[in-house]
Write a protein that binds this ligand. Sequence first.
Ligand code: ADP
Ligand code: F6P
Length: 321
Amino acid sequence: MIKKIAILTSGGDAPGMNAAIRAIVKSAHCNNIETYVVKQGYLGLYKGDIVKVNNDDIEHILNLGGTFIFSARFPEFKDIANRKIAKKNLDKLGIDALVVIGGDGSYKGAQKLSELGINSIALPGTIDNDIASTDFTIGFFTAWNTIVNSIAQIRDTMNSHHRIGIVEVMGNKCQDLSFFSGISSDVDYTAMPDEVLTAKDVARIYEISKKNKKNSCLILVTEKTYKNIHEFASKIEKETKVVTRATSLGHIQRGGMPVPMDKYIATMMGNKAVELLIAGKSSRCIGIVNNKFVDYDIERALDQPRTNRTEMVRIINKINR
Ligand code: ADP
Ligand code: F6P
């Protein structure tokens, strides 16, 4: 029976990570298990920055964006020597289990730690929704909501000036933030991560929007597609002779109070992580699939292919124009 659980958040932070931490701490205490938090992900595990937490430490965090135990990217964790130091730090405190909240990179870290004998469970925490073993990740719903609201605001001002607008969203090469935001926004065209539009392509989309008597033309593109989104806007302006403005939504997509759906999945997954550890499971990751909370072996989960949205995006682009 496990006695002490540590929790860490790793990779890009995501709204709802705090709700997951809260659920883990509360569920653990209901089962007389002590809880610890590791500051700054695997970096803190390596440095031994681990502190004990009780229910009163997490009382206020349900609605907080970000992660109150901080996150980090620590590529040096790929080195087994550093993971061994991390294990020693856990052993010193008698910690026998770890819950990692993060994306697929963080999953790999958790899997490698379980090979060293640490009971590890991974929860999907990333705005990108790029983990194939779950329909949705913690943080995705909030980022999606932020994007849709931002696009509506940009459309207002583009309409007022009869402009072309380019909106760039995050996603780290995953199609989901673009796809789900495009389908629920008033954009004329949604370009997926692998689609590089030219100024001439945009001019064609603009002509259709004019024919459809729209006051402006709005195009959603994904980060890492254009080196400089403002230079792309200038090229479009030259091609169309229509004033064009680009907005990269940037890190506002990562912050903010989690929406209810993120708090819901975070809480259910946090509770399930403790249940799995009590049942003696390790190297498992949790997901929500077809409305059920499920768990998989981490290595097998990482091998699953992601859902491809390319066909579905054609439907959006037909309906939205
Ligand atoms: P995410 O978890 O959001 O995908 P990263 O890919 O940056 O973000 O991974 C987060 C952290 O997980 C890395 O900074 C590193 O500490 C750890 N990590 C990533 N890949 C591995 C690996 N192959 N082995 C051990 N740790 C890893
Ligand atoms: O993984 C989340 C994410 O926000 C990606 O969408 C984006 O590509 C990346 O992190 C940005 O990372 P950073 O905050 O380190 O620039």
